[in-house]
Ligand binder design. Structure first.
Ligand code: R5P
Length: 304
């Protein structure tokens, strides 16, 4: 008998999870029930009564691990581990895990003595649960995905869908600006989605590893240009706001602040808009008011 595929929609990816299921034509969608015990421990159960539905079925779990009002990264990661463990115990034949935003990805190397490379530990913990496939999206430093035992590990690129959205806004004379020299290659790849010969510029960014303070330098010629500033993550918005400020001073016309994962923490929205951005654009890896671009099709295309 051909078993039906099952989609487990994690509490942090309710919209994206259901959209992916629809793209894949999966009818059997399971949600979860969560709570926090009085001692602070997380609890999760799949919302089902008959466990045999999972037995022998290929099961896809979608759970972003970004912070939100209803759960921080740690809770999201624990919920993810609980979902994997539950479907494994119920006898899923194949476990496919989709983590649209991978928490701790920026702790991929040692910046100061005494630190640990925690991105690696997070991934290894998931890896040790013996899942079959792992999909992440625009992970901060893709090297962290190397050396996992999971058979298939894919870092999905959100650039095309983000570029399509921006083109739809009628952006003209586009220059893609990277807020950090280290992200130039990523920005070059992004620029290709707008057409041939789209210029890519960058600022020099330095972050004080002790205080987190950012310094950014660069004088670009952006007179009359529509500037697309692209980053993998917007956290507090400090990086983006600085890049917007300099772009505006350099003559930029419209400025689009674009990130795959727009966490928008603290005063990020205010900082970015008051610096002169016309629009903040993110994907639904993070479910918030700037999740204007859905990753559902891009992810589903990989899962087909
Ligand atoms: C850092 O290398 C990342 O790519 C982002 O630039 C950074 O995480 C953004 O952080 P924030 O919004 O707090 O400046």
């Amino acid at each position: 008998m051909l078993m039906e595929k099952i989609m487990v929609v994690g509490p942090a990816s309710q919209i994206l999870g259901v959209k992916i299921a629809k793209e894949l034509g999966i009818n059997h969608i399971l949600s979860t029930q969560t709570k926090i015990f009085a001692d602070g421990e997380n609890y999760l159960r799949l919302d089902l009564e008959d466990e045999t539905v999972v037995q022998g079925s290929e099961t896809i779990i979608v759970q972003s691990t970004g912070p939100s009002a209803s759960g921080n990264q740690n809770a999201r990661l624990f919920e993810l581990l609980m979902m994997i463990s539950a479907v494994k115990r119920m006898g899923a034949s194949k476990i496919i895990v989709v983590i649209p935003y991978l928490a701790y990805a920026r702790q991929d190397k040692i910046f100061r003595p005494g630190e640990c490379e925690f991105a690696n530990i997070v991934l290894k913990t998931i890896d040790l649960m013996e899942i079959n496939e792992l999909y992440v999206v625009d992970v901060h430093a893709p090297d962290v995905l190397k050396e996992l035992i999971t058979n298939k590990v894919v870092n999905i690129d959100s650039m095309k869908v983000l570029a399509d959205y921006i083109k739809g806004l009628g952006a003209k004379d586009i220059v893609v600006v990277s807020p950090d020299k280290g992200a130039v290659e990523r920005s070059k790849a992004f620029a290709k989605h707008f057409g041939d010969g789209i210029p890519v510029e960058y600022f020099e960014k330095k972050r004080d590893v002790k205080t987190g303070e950012i310094e950014m330098q660069g004088k670009l010629t952006l007179e009359g240009k529509d500037v697309v500033i692209s980053d993998d993550i917007i956290a507090t918005g400090g990086t983006m706001a600085k890049a917007i400020e300099i772009s505006k001073k350099s003559g930029a016309n419209r400025v689009f602040a674009v990130a795959t994962h727009a966490l928008l923490l603290e005063q990020a929205k205010f900082r970015i808009l008051s610096a002169g951005a016309d629009e903040i654009i993110g994907t639904d890896s993070i479910d918030n008011e700037v999740s204007k671009v859905s990753l559902a099709k891009a992810i589903a295309d990989y899962l087909k």
